[in-house]
Design a protein around this ligand. Sequence first.
Ligand SMILES: [Mn+2]
Length: 232
Amino acid sequence: MIYVIGDIHGNKEKYDEMLTKLSPKDTDAVFVLGDVIDVGEDSVEILKDMMYRTNIYPVLGEHEYMAKKILPLIINAKNLDEAKAMLEGEDKENLDKWLSMKSEKTISDFLSLNEEDKESIIDYLSEFQPFEEVEANGKTFVLAHAGIDNFEDGKNLEEYAEEDFVFAKTDYSKVYFKNKYLITGHTPTVAINQKFMGKVYSKNGHIALDCGAAYGGKLAAICLDALKLTYC
Ligand SMILES: [Mn+2]
């Protein structure tokens, strides 16, 4: 079976609950659709759990994009204040931007790890893929955290930049692919259409999974083989 889980945002309770509900086998594949970290309290703990599971495949969100840019630069800082003081110019702007994305707890928890764990978190973040394309039950699915910016018909997915996938502004009224579904997180489904509050949005070749787990809503997952939804 192939599963895709939406934006977890540091909510370990819902992450654990979802994995318990899905109970993936070692031979199953669980794609985590980006924005695993920030907002919630348990980002680093979730990453540490994910990295030891061989059946979890992480997709890059803009929060991990910022993390993998900044964490290597502040790896020797003792705390957030020291991290702020050691950066300047564009690096400092990037840290400020990431902090405005509710990353303070993620950074503090990261800085309190031992050297080996810090290195393994940074290594793991580099494994997050900008997109994935998977087939299940005769259907093809493109997985991209926010969607695809600078979209051109027929353009190979490899040709897009990471930024096109993680910061995309997706037009949910537009059919991007004739024969493929586009699965995204990032945009809470309630922001696509009020009627989908707390529910997965599925229309026009889109499947949007972010049901607002970060803000008191639900964490959603889809089993691609059966197109079955699971909520926590
Ligand atoms: Mn996002």
